[in-house]
Design a binder for this molecule. Structure first.
Ligand code: NAD
Length: 328
């Protein structure tokens, strides 16, 4: 039985990945600084550790019986949507760089065979809406729009350097914006699809919601099941260096909000307000992933139709909790 270590397994994408690897028959250890919030950990073993600490990384990497993990999936990061990325740049750079420095080095020294790192589309520069999709090499000359992107780029390079020296097969995925059930939906770290689903779930039919910026920024979004398929396919492929994982279905932020409102069955007015928006457009090529047979299969409409009810249920449950909570 193959053994996999999944870092960040208390979070969204890694939580889904743990379920997937379990279904494939792996023995899985999850590690995170917190337990999963929305469903029990799918892992065989779950350790709560702060991965900014090298000793914790080494402890997480000690497989049962003292052996080594064949595969390590590093998805732990201090991370959130654009509001968080723009307000917590010091925390992101400090915390995530420590996690990546220690986990990369400890994995290489422990003799891990395959190491997956979750990088981001944020490694690319800002783009015009009508620009052609960027290929992976066009991350250089580097000009990420935010410090989160710079940290990811540095972590990619560190993983490649350790991979070269220690013969560890490193796989680097640059994720597009990912969404789906069990993702952060409130509290300030949520990303645009979850934030808009929440606002629409909270709004009255005929009411209005606030949308940051003028609503014209262009984005594409990947449903979490497609992302997890991509992670597994890339990990077992021979593709080296950064590889984009994402869909080619581009929409403006306003189009996304209108689609969610339609799926929610509500008429909602969009009120544009000043807020952190990020880049004007983000389009990247996915030919390298498609060359290994992967393709984004779940349309935005279908993905939102699966995600919105989950977020609406969270909103309802939260309202209910607040109603029955004793007054302070
Ligand atoms: P998430 O926040 O749900 O998961 C990250 C997990 O890392 C969290 O559970 C968090 O507790 C854990 N973590 C943070 N600091 C830690 C520490 N010091 N020790 C142990 N665990 C720690 O985020 P996600 O959306 O699942 O993202 C997973 C990975 O994918 C991240 O590396 C993220 O940067 C990357 N990514 C995500 C997206 C997206 O749209 N969700 C896009 C691009 C890249």
């Amino acid at each position: 039985m193959k053994k996999a270590l999944i870092c960040g397994a208390g979070g969204f994408i890694a939580g889904h990945l743990a379920k997937r690897l379990k279904r494939e028959g792996y023995w899985v250890r999850g590690v995170d600084q917190k337990y999963p919030e929305f469903s029990p950990a799918a892992a065989d073993d779950f350790q709560v550790l702060d991965l900014r600490d090298g000793k914790s990384c080494c402890a997480a990497l000690t497989a049962p019986g003292g052996g080594t993990f064949e595969e390590v999936y590093q998805l732990a990061a201090d991370m959130g949507g654009m509001g968080f990325i723009q307000s917590a740049e010091c925390e992101i750079m400090y915390n995530s760089s420590q996690i990546n420095a220690h986990m990369t080095r400890c994995s290489a020294l422990a003799g891990v065979k395959r190491y997956f790192f979750s990088s981001s589309a944020c490694v690319y520069r800002d783009m015009r809406k009508d620009e052609a999709e960027l290929s992976e090499e066009q991350a250089y000359p580097a000009l990420p729009d935010n410090e989160y992107g710079w940290e990811k780029l540095y972590a990619e390079r560190m993983a490649m350097a350790y991979g070269r020296r220690y013969g560890m097969a490193v796989r680097l995925a640059r994720f597009q914006n990912c969404y789906g059930p069990e993702g952060t939906w409130n509290g300030g770290r949520e990303k645009a699809p979850a934030a808009l689903c929440r606002k629409i779930a909270e709004a009255e039919d005929g009411g209005s919601i606030e949308v940051w910026g003028d609503g014209t920024a262009m984005r594409a979004f990947t449903y979490v099941d497609d992302m997890v398929d991509g992670i597994v396919a890339l990990m077992h492929s021979s593709l080296e260096n950064g590889v984009n994982i994402g869909s080619r279905e581009y929409v403006s932020v306003d189009e996304l909000a209108k689609l969610i409102a339609e799926i929610a069955g509500k008429k909602v007015r969009l009120q544009h307000v000043t807020g952190p928006v990020g880049v004007r457009a983000r389009n990247f090529r996915v030919d390298r992933m498609e060359s290994i047979g992967w393709k984004s299969r779940i349309s935005l409409r279908e993905g939102i139709a699966r995600t919105y009810p989950w977020i609406r249920n969270q909103v309802d449950a939260n309202r209910h909790r607040n109603l029955i909570a004793p007054a302070a």
